[in-house]
Design a protein around this ligand. Structure first.
Ligand SMILES: Cc1ncc(COP(=O)(O)O)c(C=O)c1O
Length: 393
């Protein structure tokens, strides 16, 4: 069989499990960024589902409209705007199959094959894979401990041919765990307008803040209709719901809505209906519980890193979300370090998976604490820390 160019490079994706996803219970997996099952509102979801299936089976099981149910879209708008205005009255909300489908629509909306898409370097690896699969050329923008480097961003926005889109994760970034301060959010919006580069803000971890004050989403600062927001229920309800959305202004929002219609008609009506009930009743209580879970694990991992690692090891200090980015001194033999870590049954994600240049020999790797117990964090980070002392010269 002769497959298309789109399929060729990724034939084994989604089928083969790498060590990163292995089910082996003897591994300590700091590699997987899945939400913790103990954070799922199982009883609430069961009760809502039972009631709705009895009361309105047709609305749960029949076809819906392409862009999503009106009640769910209203609930998203109210939820996202409950602190400050993020989604404007004229923005179009399209419900998607997870945020991931929303990202793919934004790429398709702006990028023809060969077009440049700017992104943080490092960035979310599934987005990177998708940019490439859809023929867009990712160009990375440097990162600092407070998010995207504005000088480098401005330089890259001036590139010729002109970049078609900026993809950015402003809160608890995947993989670095860092967040953009307010002044940088304003600057990103200003630069987007000045250089006429639309922005896709991907913000699935926003509600998982456990330290510091909430900073309004990037889209809040957009005065010129340049920013579309993609997010989902995945990190606040469960990724199995496959309920995401894109909220975008004018023709940006319309392009996403059109792409959704031609892609798959609509998203699961059951999950939209249940998500709508969750968002409009007692959501704050669920979020409080989730934040406590992440706070405990995030603090524990940061404390253990500080205690067990060589002092030359740098790690980020996330105020929410689930990731920490660890950087060894330049020149560390990372292949040997990661191999020895693996031999000791501790799994992390090598940093090069997240860079636009996949061959870049970065001295960094990503840790996730979302699924880790206290014992696993204590044991795994002690092993990791001891190895950093062996490899830092
Ligand atoms: C930054 C980022 N964006 C998007 C997604 C996709 O989430 P979903 O498609 O489940 O909404 C993830 C998942 O891990 C992510 O980390």
């Amino acid at each position: 069989m002769k497959f298309s160019k789109l399929v060729q490079p990724g034939l084994d994706k989604g089928v083969k499990h790498t060590g990163m996803m292995s089910e082996d219970p003897t591994l300590i997996k700091f590699s997987i960024g899945n939400p913790p099952p103990e954070g799922f509102a199982v009883e609430r979801i069961r009760a809502i589902s039972d009631r709705l299936i009895a009361e309105e089976p047709n609305s749960l099981l029949n076809y819906g409209t392409a862009g999503g149910r009106d009640d769910f879209r209203d609930a998203i708008r109210a939820f996202m705007n409950r602190r400050v205005k993020v989604i404007n009255d004229e923005d179009i909300i399209t419900v998607t199959s997870g945020g991931q489908q929303g990202i793919s629509f934004a790429i398709q909306a702006f990028c023809d094959p060969g077009d440049v898409i700017l992104c943080e370097d490092p960035t979310f690896m599934a987005a990177l894979d998708m940019f490439r699969n859809l023929g867009a050329k990712p160009v990375g923008v440097k990162m600092n401990d407070d998010g995207i480097d504005l000088e480098d961003l401005e330089k890259k926005m001036q590139m010729q041919p002109k970049p078609k889109l900026l993809y950015i994760i402003p809160d608890f970034q995947n993989p670095m765990g860092v967040s953009l301060p307010e002044w940088k959010r304003k600057e990103v919006c200003r630069l987007a307008y000045e250089y006429d580069v639309p922005v896709l803000e991907d913000n699935p971890y926003y509600e998982l803040r456990y330290d510091g004050e909430f900073i309004p989403l990037l889209k809040h600062y957009d005065e010129h209709g340049m920013v579309g927001l993609v997010s989902s229920m995945s990190k606040i309800v469960g990724p199995g719901m496959r309920c995401g959305f894109v909220a975008a202004p004018g023709s940006f929002g319309q392009a996403i809505a059109n792409l959704k219609y031609s892609a798959d008609l609509h998203t699961t009506t059951w999950a939209q209906r249940v998500s709508c009930e969750l968002l409009t009743h007692d959501m704050e209580k669920d979020l409080e519980g989730l934040r406590k879970l992440y706070e405990h694990r995030g603090h524990k991992m940061q404390e253990c890193l500080a205690e067990y690692c060589h002092p030359d090891v740098h790690f980020t200090h996330p105020q929410g979300g689930m990731f920490i980015w660890v950087t060894m001194p330049e020149g560390t033999d990372m292949d040997a370090f990661l191999k020895e870590l693996d031999d000791n049954r501790v799994v992390v994600v090598p940093g090069k998976r997240f860079f636009t240049d996949g061959t870049y020999q970065t001295p960094s790797f990503r840790l996730s604490y979302s699924l880790a117990t206290d014992e696993e964090i204590e044991k795994g980070i002690r092993i990791l820390g001891d190895l950093t002392k062996k490899y830092c010269k």
